[in-house]
Design a protein around this ligand. Structure first.
Ligand code: RFL
Length: 387
């Protein structure tokens, strides 16, 4: 069987890329190991930043895929005392509320139900043939039969633990990584954010509460790397939230899910090898304090979609050859932002991280956002994804 592009993984990057390509008349197939119902249920990010909104507008998809405008404020709290930061910038381009789940569901509808896009769920044993001078192939198993897709390009959108990056021979990619030494417990709860999204630091570790729809929000709590679900029963979770936010009025409500994310930053370079291109978490990871993972994935596939169109429709391979060089400076800029946010949030509250000296330095950094219009402007542009 022949197609132009095979995309491995139907997460946010794979589905967005396929939708852009399909809309532009490029034949593509997604192969995905999970079933559709599983993908429709998966919940993570909450906001498509201003840059991503602008991108979807450019592809004529913003109103079909995205929700309404999002809060342009962040309540930075230190030991319960809040200061509301206002994200400033061009009002015409604003971030939109759109959980990753909502975006993925809207993409599935648009791609499969609206454009008859070809997404093959529940495949196993995906393998990549990516040799010099030979037409690339992706093979997979579905039920008990083996399938071969012959194509022009392969795109790895299969996350950090997928097969795409792993198929690249040793010595080609450089891995740049940083482990922060602690984890975040992420808990989706049945209570909305009632005021502004909260980024809180406290002497007991950092805590954040971010909106996830009209009835839900996600709390993030700094915890030890070695912690597991058994260490965080619901009572402990709520007691810690009250303690870290210094707010005894917070009630225990239903907790829908709880999982642990070790905080790490990773970049693999280059993001391409022969006919294979990596996008999203397959190429880089950022800690969740920055809220950039999904947004960087969207950035990658925008650049890649344009490069693939140039190559396949105009026989111009320049943009595709330059894919890594175009993406990596942007990715590093937001890695820097993610490290700044993560260090600031943890050091500002927790003297066990880097001592009381760094606690005061981190608080001075936070203060800066409220006293310096230049710092506020730069922080806003990072938040909006416009730098
Ligand atoms: P995804 O979404 O993980 O999709 C990868 C897909 O590939 C499939 N797959 C395979 N398919 C076939 N064969 C194989 N061998 C395969 N191996 C894997 C998987 O089943 C899956 O369907 O990666 P993608 O598309 O690169 O998207 C990246 C984003 O999902 C990720 O960066 C964000 O979720 C990160 N993130 C956040 N990003 C933000 O921009 N803002 C946020 O507020 C935010 N919060 C978060 C987050 C990530 C979190 N976790 C789970 C680490 C909060 C959390 C808790």
């Amino acid at each position: 069987e022949k197609t132009q592009v095979v995309i491995i993984g139907a997460g946010v990057s794979g589905l967005t890329l396929a939708t852009f390509l399909q809309k532009s008349g490029v034949a593509c197939v997604i192969v995905e190991r999970r079933n559709r119902a599983y993908i429709e249920m998966r919940q993570r990010a909450g906001v498509v930043e201003a840059r991503g909104v602008h991108m979807f507008e450019r592809w004529g998809l913003a109103d079909k895929l995205l929700g309404g405008p999002v809060a342009q404020t962040i309540d930075y709290r230190v030991n319960g005392v809040g200061r509301v930061f206002e994200i400033v910038g061009d009002d015409r381009i604003q971030g939109r509320f759109c959980t990753q789940q909502m975006l993925v569901n809207n993409l599935l509808k648009e791609l499969i139900d609206g454009m008859s896009g070809d997404v093959r769920f529940e495949v196993t044993d995906v393998q990549i043939k990516n040799e010099e001078g030979v037409q690339p192939e992706v093979t997979y198993r579905y039920a008990d039969s083996e399938h071969v897709l012959v194509c022009d390009y392969i795109v790895g959108c299969d996350g950090d633990r997928g097969v795409s990056r792993a198929s690249i021979p040793e010595g080609i990619l450089t891995k740049y990584s940083h482990e922060f030494g602690y984890a975040w417990l992420a808990a989706l709860v049945e209570a909305p954010v009632t005021g502004h999204p909260i980024m809180g630091v406290s002497d007991h570790g950092c805590v954040a509460q971010l909106p996830r729809g009209p009835h839900r929000s996600r709390y993030y709590l700094q915890c030890a790397l070695s912690d597991g679900a058994q260490d965080w029963p619901d009572d402990r979770l709520w007691n810690e939230i009250r303690l870290r936010l210094q707010d005894e009025t917070i009630q225990n409500v239903k907790v829908h899910d709880k999982f642990f994310v070790p905080l790490r930053s990773v970049v693999y370079a280059p993001m391409q090898y022969r006919h294979l291109y990596l996008a999203g978490d397959a190429a880089h990871l950022v800690p969740p304090a920055s809220a950039k993972g999904m947004n960087l994935a969207l950035f990658d596939v925008d650049i890649l979609a344009q490069g693939l169109l140039q190559a396949l429709q105009h026989n111009d391979h320049t943009a595709l050859l330059n894919y890594s060089d175009t993406c990596l400076p942007h990715i590093w800029k937001y890695q820097e932002f993610a490290v700044w946010m993560t260090d600031m949030m943890h050091d500002a509250g927790d003297p066990t991280q880097h001592g009381t000296f760094y606690q005061m330095i981190a608080r001075a950094r936070l203060d800066n956002l409220f006293s310096s219009p230049i710092a506020a402007h730069q922080h806003s542009e990072y938040q909006r994804g416009m730098l």
